[in-house]
Structures are given as C-alpha cells and as structure tokens.
Design a binder for this molecule. Structure first.
Ligand code: CA
Ligand code: CA
Length: 390
C-alpha cells in the first residue's frame, strides 16, 4: 500500500471509530441495565431458595410429625376401639373340648360330643374394677358360667359379687381346661357346687403363703335363685408353707381346707343345716405331681329322722414319662349314704395326657367303675378329649 493510500485508510478508520464510540456507550448502558435486572432476578431466586429451604427443613421434621400423629391415633384406639372399649377393658378367651366316649354298658350309646365350649369376656373396666362374663356354648340350657364384678383395690381383700366358683372344692377350683382327668371325681359332682351366687372377700396374704376366700352364697348352685332366706357361709383357705429362693411362696406344696354351712329347706327326710367340709393336699416334685381331697357332708334330718351323711375322696398322680407326655392315675370313692351299706362307688382312672402345646392338650382316660351293689362291673368307659384354648 502506498503512503497515500495508508493515510486515506487511517483517516476513514478514525472516522468510523469516532462514529462507533457513542454506539459502544449505549450497549454498555444496556448491559448494565440487564445486569441490574439479572441481579434482581438472582435476589428473587435467592428469596425463593430460602423459602424452599425452610420448606425442606419443615419436611425433614415431618416424619416426627407423622409419628406423633400415629401415636395420637394409637392412643385414641387404646382409649376406645368400638368407640369406648380398650383392650385392657375387654379380653376374649375360651376353649373348646370335643370328645369321644365309649362305654362298656350297651345301654349307654358310644358317641362323639362336645364336652364344653367356653367363651369368656373379662377385663379391668375401670380403676380397681374387674369383671367376667362367661358362657358354655356347648351347654343346651343353663349356659351362663361366670358373671361377676370384683373390687380389686386391696389385694388382701378383694370383694367379688355375682356368680363364680364357690371357695370350697379343690377340683372345682381347677379350670375345666386344666384338669388332669377328663371327668371330675364323683364326690366333687355330688358334694360340692362348681359355682354359686353370692358375695365374698378373697385375697393373698403373708407374701402369697396364704390365700383365703370367704363369703355368703345362695347355697343353690349356679343360675339358681335361692330357695329360702338363709344364706350359706362358704370359706376356703390354701396354705403354702414353703418358700422359693427369692422369698415368694412355693406353691409346689400346699394344703387346702374349706367349709360350707347353711340352713336348707326340707327335702325328703332332711331339714335343717347342711354342713360340708373339705381337706386337700397338693405336692409336686420334678416330674411327679400328687394331690387328693376328702369331702364330707351332713344334712340334719327332719323331726324324727337321722341326719344324712355322705363322703368321698380321690387321689390323683401324674408323671411326665416323656417330654409333653404324662401318665395319669386317679382313684376315687364316693359313698352317698354312710348309714347304708353297699352303695359306694369306686372308680379307677388310667390315663395319658399329651400336651402338644400349652394351648392344645389331648387326653385319653380308661375308667374302671365298680359299684358295691354290682357283682361285676359292666360300665367301664374309654374317653378321649381334645382341649384347644384360645
Ligand atoms: Ca339358701
Ligand atoms: Ca354307704
């Protein structure tokens, strides 16, 4: 390029640049404006982020909130499933006992049947107030069993009112789902009531070494209104004299005594006071369990008649021959009239108990029955019973 041309080029370039300077200034101010706008937007976004962050923090705490809400729901459930009733206020339990009984006696049909089908509702319905309602659904009539309320504030003197096992017989105070033989002894059935209606005090004293139960009852057995104005006094005491290493009462050895007395209406040649007495001993050592009871009953005779006296007893032994399997032996006698000879009944029971689980028990009993008035027994029985507790 010649010197002249260079000059012309520089001249025009200078002119062009001079014209461009104002244009650059405009762009810079545009950029500044945009920058300011972006700064505003960034601040706005920062604000939004702060809000989101706070929200996130809240959400991190929400599992706790959820747990609190769950606890509140559970509390409400505790306070009242079905609206008002809690699990402590209402417990459902029971057991079923299907069985098969074969009898040597041809006039007694061999049969399948259901011995018992108990359903129990019980609980602590209010502070220091327990109750129970129990029915035997396998009974065709007379299905009510327990129906009582108990004030339990003082453990040494709980007050029970209603229908419940009378504090008398040893065997009747064992649950029907926990018996060692399928059938209770004749003496228990004939000289004691399983349940009666009344009011009693009961409790454990001396660190559990002594249990007592005593009260007044109709004297007419379950589901039966009294047949006179007089009430029977029934009282029972169980003494466990031995102690465990921790100082608690050792129930593996105990003795029990009971009495029942009360005036009865005239029945046949008897009229007046009926008195019953019971004595029992229980002993368990390792795999062996032994217990027995004697019961006596006297009913005053009507004018000009002797009193009617009856008695009976039984002994039961069980031995765990294999894990879960027990051999069972029971011998019993019952004499309905001590003044009459030849009317006594003896039964020898040989049995096996298989405790499949604590809630499933299978029992097989062979009962050898002997009556003094029969020359040869022809009414032996074989009974199998399944007990399923729930
Ligand atoms: Ca009475
Ligand atoms: Ca007799």
């Amino acid at each position: 390029m010649s010197g002249k041309l260079k000059f012309v080029f520089v001249f025009f370039l200078t002119l062009a640049m001079a014209g461009a300077v104002p244009a650059f200034a405009d762009e810079i101010s545009d950029l500044k404006a945009q920058l300011a706008m972006m700064q505003n937007q960034i601040q706005m976004l920062q604000g939004k982020i702060e809000v989101l962050e706070k929200d996130r923090q809240t959400r991190i705490q929400s599992p706790q909130d959820a747990e609190d809400r769950l606890l509140a729901v559970e509390e409400k459930l505790d306070q009242g499933i079905l609206g008002k009733i809690t699990s402590e206020q209402l417990k459902v339990s029971g057991f079923v006992q299907p069985f098969y009984r074969w009898s040597e006696n041809d006039s007694a049909n061999d049969t399948f049947d259901v011995l018992r089908g108990f359903v129990t509702l019980n609980g602590t319905i209010a502070e220091d107030i327990d109750y129970a309602l129990q029915v035997d659904a396998a009974a065709s009539t007379d299905i009510l069993r327990d129906a009582w309320v108990e004030y339990t504030k003082y453990k040494f003197a709980k007050i029970k009112f209603g229908q419940f096992p009378a504090p008398f017989s040893y065997e009747w105070n064992i649950s029907s789902a926990g018996l060692d033989t399928v059938d209770r002894a004749l003496v228990s059935s004939n000289l004691a009531y399983k349940r009666d209606l009344g009011l009693m005090a009961e409790g454990d004293v001396l660190d559990g070494a002594v249990y007592y139960g005593a009260g007044v009852f109709n004297g007419t057995a379950r589901n039966t209104a009294d047949n006179n104005d007089k009430k029977d006094f029934i009282g029972r005491m169980i003494v466990s004299p031995l102690k465990n290493d921790d100082g608690t009462a050792n129930k593996d050895f105990h003795v029990a005594g009971a009495i029942q007395t009360g005036d009865q209406p005239r029945s046949g040649n008897t009229h007046g006071t009926r008195t019953r007495g019971s004595g029992a001993v229980f002993y368990r050592v390792q795999k062996l369990k032994l217990y027995g009871e004697y019961i006596y009953q006297e009913i005053e005779g009507a004018d000009g008649f002797d009193s009617a006296d009856s008695d009976g007893w039984y002994v039961i032994g069980t031995y765990e021959i294999l894990p879960k399997i027990e051999a069972v032996f029971k011998y019993e006698q019952y004499d309905p009239n001590l003044d009459t000879s030849g009317d006594r009944q003896d039964i020898t029971t040989l049995g096996v108990t298989y405790r499949v689980t604590s809630n499933v028990i299978l029992q097989a009993n062979y009962r050898i029955r002997e009556e003094q008035y029969k020359l040869e027994s022809s009414n032996n029985e074989f009974v199998t019973l399944a007990t399923v507790k729930f």
